[in-house]
Ligand binder design. Structure first.
Ligand code: OMP
Length: 213
């Protein structure tokens, strides 16, 4: 695990974005941990979050033309990432997001920001079953653009309906690399370094046994 990944886990725990307990996921699975990116909810949090995404993006080294943040949680993430790519990495990257409701007056359409064209880097919070990402793919394809890659905060490394994870299915179906700031494996390593977290570690490991890839 890299230093910035450990730092990210501590940042997420300090904001209760990353919590341990019992949570029911969108899939119905009962998980001993949950990541709620909506709790990065102040200006300083967002600036810091953007720095993590920007660093991970530069680290991944995937070439792309436009950042796309799917509504709703992807919107502040794409904005904050674009700001920090410019501020910290001197990269001025166009960004774009969608509305959930199509607009039939004014400028019309359901995309805001830069045109969704060329190689798209999709940024979002978490992928579990991949439902949200498939909706975004429809938008990207309808605009004649291609998916260059996906960057998320946490890869839960869970099986989808079959043996592959939703992320592996996305990589297979769209030939695009999915990168995460942290994965479940990083989280398990981190918990293993902290004796006071032993109980959580045990539950998270048991969950991985059942649903992990
Ligand atoms: P998919 O659209 O099925 O890939 O699930 C992604 C969504 O799951 C997120 O946008 C959240 O609504 C939710 N989620 C989290 O935010 N954090 C988690 O740790 C787990 C989930 C989840 O329900 O699977």
């Amino acid at each position: 695990m890299k230093a910035y990944q450990r730092e990210f886990i501590e940042f997420a725990m300090s904001k209760s974005v990353l919590k341990f307990g019992e949570f029911t996921l969108k899939s119905g699975r009962k998980s001993p941990y949950f990541f709620n990116a909506g709790l990065f909810n102040s200006g300083r949090d967002l600036a810091r979050l953007g720095r993590f995404y920007a660093a991970a993006l530069v680290d991944a080294g995937v070439a792309f033309d436009v950042l796309f943040g799917p509504a709703y949680k992807g919107i502040p993430i794409a904005s904050a990432t674009a700001v920090q790519l410019a501020e910290v990495h001197d990269l001025d990257v166009p960004y774009c997001f969608n509305r959930k409701e199509a607009k039939d007056h004014g400028e019309g359409g359901n995309l805001v920001g830069s045109p969704l064209a060329g190689r798209i880097m999709l940024v979002d919070d978490v992928i579990t079953a991949g439902t949200a990402i498939r909706e975004s793919m429809d938008i990207i394809q309808a605009n004649g653009a291609t998916l260059a890659g996906v960057l998320i905060a946490l890869d839960r490394q869970e099986k989808g309906k079959g043996e592959l994870s939703a992320i592996q299915e996305v990589e297979r179906d769209y030939q695009a690399r999915v990168t995460a700031i942290i994965t479940l494996a990083d989280l398990i390593d981190y918990l293993g370094e902290r004796p006071e977290m032993a109980e959580h570690l045990e539950r998270v490991r048991a969950y991985r046994e059942q649903y992990g890839i």
